[in-house]
Design a protein around this ligand. Sequence first.
Ligand code: ZN
Length: 150
Amino acid sequence: MSDLRELYQEVILDHAKKPRNFHTMPDSARAADGHNPLCGDRLRVFVRVENGVIQDISFTGSGCAISTASASMMTEALKGKSLADAQAVFESFHDLLTTGNHADKDEELLGKLAVFGGVREFPVRVKCATLPWHTLQAALQGSAAPVKTE
Ligand code: ZN
């Protein structure tokens, strides 16, 4: 189990050090801001949707390793997904972090995102991990108010 945990930490650290899709997008893209005052994470998520499909997704900002890795892996996981599929991934991810309950279908949906399962043991960190996802939801809903975890 400890080997597995180390592997998970490696994946998270890799994404935290070299975040994928870490850039802004033109004004035409939808965007929303997220802030987790408990930790100091601040990020902006950009998303471009066409015909119900996430064509492009990116983020900027600064935060801890967990929030940065979660945002980075979220962009990788959701690019090219339909909004319905993205919502299913979000719900599985949320369940993984809050209840720990997940079905086999969730494992398939989550893929590499399953590495965040260990974060559940640290409730403060759960907010770091879910911040990018809640921020994406706000961007998709066209909400102008910044997302706050508090
Ligand atoms: Zn954080």
